[in-house]
Design a protein around this ligand. Structure first.
Ligand code: TNX
Length: 490
């Protein structure tokens, strides 16, 4: 049997809180490998068994007495916390909730060889010792812009599979913008029949939309991976696609044409029209009803053609609707200019530490999602020569996306105000899932570690080395990652 190099216990992204190797406890995987579980964890146990089958080529049944043991309950208050113990006679994974077990499985997965084995042709040994782990922030997300380019549900599912490896637990879907509207809304059929067309680019690229059933199915898929879908309906700006479909929602009721360019800030719903609120209320009610997660994102960004007084009037009317339909509102940080409901969350995206009302909102107890564009915008070019992406927030290399801290980015927005981090990926220049992967990886792995690992435990040389080691894993998964020259890829 061919020997495989054993992985080191701490060679994991994001770096766990505590790693205690014990070389006397290395565990050799043998043909009888099985996973034992309790009924309440059978779903994640099967997910683990499937990963082990893929890595070893063995049948790996779920069976009592299996040497991979899954224990549920009584571990830690944080539902994402887990403990992974590897000894000479087996692996024990414990957590107080299934989502903690799932997080532990992602760790264990990175301790397996990167390439799948066929019938255990090579010896697989897991490194002995104990990992104890829990996230620094509860919200670790990424955003996909489906308006500028639509990605099909099966493509988004494959992206979910790829991002959960780094313990990303929120996927924000930017469902609407000037170029397109991507979710079917009962009573407003023209939104998708007319504005479910091309995104950016005049070549008819990126058309499509979700039916309500497709959206529900996608949300359910994400739930099985412990990812919360955060739907965004961008208001009151970024609404040209709405006005193409329903000209009665423009200021003068005159029709406007579809747009496939990447201009921003020219469209707005009309604060002084009752039709506006009838429309918005129908949409928010429907999106809330389709979405089991706690959040609903209402955009609020770059409303350059909405007079400030109208912006205020509009939001003061719309913000409470979200709460009425049982959701907690998130908005881009521009929203902090108005009086917010107590549980509202501002998503900060600016490149300068400009005030923007975010610190004021934090002082009043609001939580903030940190997405500074010059650190975590996955649509920024890595370097000048990057074929895809934009550069208005500067070039964002891998170290730049890693070497910053969410709790000291904005004066007045400290650790207790930060709900978490999110890396948005706008899709004006993207044309395929391969493009999405290229822009997201490796930077999303860096942002994931920023959101999970305690600040004092993080450092670039360690991350850089672990990232290099991850390269063959992406390659084996067929993921089109950017081989940044900042990293020594094997
Ligand atoms: C700004 S940042 C936008 C988007 C663009 C993006 C391109 C923000 C909330 N809005 O409309 O797609 O820049 O990088």
């Amino acid at each position: 049997m061919r020997a495989l190099t054993m992985r080191q216990l701490g060679d994991v992204i994001p770096l766990p809180v505590s790693v205690r190797p014990d070389p006397s406890g290395n565990f050799r995987i043998e043909p009888g490998l099985a996973v034992s579980t309790v009924p309440a964890a059978a779903g994640v146990a099967e997910q683990l068994a499937e990963l082990l089958r893929h890595a070893t080529g063995l049948p790996v049944p779920l069976a009592d007495g299996g040497s991979v043991r899954i224990l549920l309950g009584g571990y830690d208050k944080n539902p994402e916390a887990y403990r992974l113990e590897i000894t000479a006679d087996g692996v024990t994974l414990s957590a107080s909730a299934n989502r903690g077990l799932f997080a532990g499985i992602q760790t264990l997965r990175q301790l397996l060889p990167p390439t799948g084995g066929a019938g255990l042709t090579a010896e697989v040994v897991l490194p002995g010792g104990t990992i104890e782990d829990a996230p620094r922030f509860g919200y670790r997300g990424t955003m996909l812009d489906l308006a500028r380019h639509f990605f099909r549900p099966d493509e988004i599912k494959s992206y979910l599979d790829a991002i959960v490896q780094f313990k990303i637990n929120h996927l924000h879907l930017h469902l609407t913008d000037d170029q397109g509207w991507r979710l079917e809304i009962p009573g407003w059929p023209r939104l998708t029949a007319i504005s479910g067309g091309p995104g950016t680019g005049c070549d008819g690229e990126g058309p499509g939309f979700f039916t309500a059933d497709e959206y529900r199915d996608l949300v359910a898929y994400a739930e099985r991976l412990f990812v919360t879908i955060v739907p965004e309906i961008d208001l009151p700006g970024h609404v040209n696609a709405v006005q193409v479909a329903y000209p009665e929602l423009t200021r003068d009721g005159m029709p406007v044409g579809p747009r496939t360019d990447a201009e921003v800030g020219y469209s707005s719903l009309v604060a002084g029209k009752e039709e506006t609120y009838a429309f918005v209320e129908d949409v928010l009610r429907e999106v809330a009803a389709l979405t089991p997660g706690p959040y609903l994102h209402i955009g609020g960004d770059e409303a350059f053609s909405t007079p400030p007084e109208d912006y205020r009037t509009f939001l003061e009317r719309v913000l409470p609707m979200v709460g009425r339909y049982g959701k907690r509102v998130i908005g881009w940080h521009e929203m902090a200019a108005v009086e917010l409901p107590a549980d509202a969350i501002a998503q900060y995206w600016r490149i300068e530490p400009a005030e923007d009302g975010v610190a004021r909102a934090a002082a009043r107890g609001h939580q903030v999602i940190m997405s500074p564009a010059d650190r975590v915008y996955l649509d920024m070019k890595y370097e000048k020569s990057t074929r895809l992406g934009l550069d208005w927030a500067g070039l964002v290399g891998v170290e730049r996306s890693y070497d910053w801290d969410p709790a000291d980015r904005l004066p007045g927005v400290g650790e207790e105000s930060v709900l978490g981090v999110e890396a948005p990926l706008w899709s004006e220049t993207l044309r395929s899932m391969a493009d999405v992967q290229y822009m997201a990886f490796p930077r999303l792995a860096a942002v994931a570690e920023v959101g999970w690992t305690p600040r004092a435990a993080r450092d670039w040389p360690s991350f850089r080395r672990r990232l290099g080691e991850f390269g063959p894993r992406w390659a084996a998964q067929g993921i089109n990652f950017y081989r940044s020259p900042e990293i020594d890829w094997p």
